[in-house]
Design a protein around this ligand. Structure first.
Ligand code: DGL
Length: 311
């Protein structure tokens, strides 16, 4: 039975979901989190549904059994597209939040009626995304561009030398560290293929980031599309949805630990609360890469990170 102090599980193919974890921590500052990066098996985007679905099941099982998570955020559009329905039916009691490209919110923003969507091939060719697009038919023109290799290049860019790093926690500043690199070249190639960006009639004035890794190249994307194009990502809405689900399940830990000592999720015995929420970052890949991402993007120390095996 989950407790208020049980962690919220967050999972991605790699470091991309750290962008979602950042939004979750801001919205839910008293919660404990366990993040799992499946970096040994990243990228998911070009792997195919069966593989991604099997990994998503294995990781969900691992987080439930080993970490007793009280909710799961699948901070990966590709895994959500491939497996969220199955995870929902295999874990019906687990509050579950998935991610999908925010094309609906983009409708409220676009003035030109042309909306760009970038994501992995897995996400953008999925039947889930196809249905979402079809449900909005006629409301805008969507220019959809799979960006093969971009998430993988972003994973590799985490290991850039310290001197090239942006301010820890400053997501938008991170892109400047990799300008002129492989990530910059890929962004340029894919955006050029989509046509003209801007606010004039016929131009794409809104760009949906349909992969959690892409916010880490927001600076390059911004440089390429110009200052007026809106970049839309999903971290904050996902954090709000997670909060709503926890509240509905009576599992929201909304006050500082010391103030809630004595309460727990199922009205049972007291728990030993720690004063500071615990953030554990786990990876199936090289721990140094996760440590670099944690410091660079969340300002978290290396000892939050560990490597694990999830067969
Ligand atoms: N970050 C993931 C997403 O949101 C996938 C990246 C990948 O592994 O290809 O889709």
């Amino acid at each position: 039975m989950p407790l208020l102090s049980s962690p919220i599980g967050v999972f991605d193919s790699g470091v991309g979901g750290l962008s979602v974890l950042r939004a979750l921590r801001a919205a839910l500052p008293h919660e404990n989190f366990v993040y799992l990066a499946d970096s040994a098996n990243a990228p998911y985007g070009e792997r195919g549904d069966a593989y991604v679905s099997a990994r998503t099941h294995a990781i969900t099982q691992y987080l439930c059994e080993q970490h007793h998570i009280k909710a799961l955020v699948v901070a990966c559009n590709t895994a959500t597209a491939a497996a969220i329905h199955e995870v929902r039916s295999s874990h019906p009691a687990l509050p579950l939040v998935g991610l999908e490209p925010a094309i609906k919110p983009a409708l409220a923003v676009t003035q030109t009626g042309r909306v760009g969507v970038i994501g992995t091939r897995g996400t953008l060719t999925s039947s889930k995304f196809g249905k979402l697009l079809a449900s909005l038919e006629g409301q805008a023109e969507f220019v959809v561009q799979p960006c093969d290799g971009l998430a993988h290049a972003i994973e590799r860019s985490v290991n850039l030398p310290e001197t090239a790093l942006g301010t820890p926690g400053d997501l938008a500043g991170v892109g400047s560290a990799v300008a002129g690199t492989e990530t910059g070249a890929l962004c340029a190639r894919y955006l050029q293929a989509m046509g003209a960006f801007g606010t004039a009639p016929g131009q794409i004035d809104t760009l949906v980031l349909g992969c959690t890794h892409y916010i880490f190249v927001a600076h390059e994307l911004r440089a390429l599309v110009g200052p007026k194009v809106q970049l839309i990502e999903t971290g904050e809405p996902v954090a709000r949805q997670t909060r709503r689900l926890l509240e509905a399940a009576g599992l929201l830990r909304e006050r500082a630990a010391a103030q809630v000592a004595g309460e727990d999720g199922d009205g049972g015995a007291q728990e030993a609360f720690t004063a500071t929420p615990e953030i554990r970052l786990l990876t199936t890949g090289p721990v140094a890469m996760l440590q670099a991402g944690a410091l660079r993007w969340l300002g978290l120390p290396a000892d939050c990170c560990a490597s694990v095996s999830v067969p």
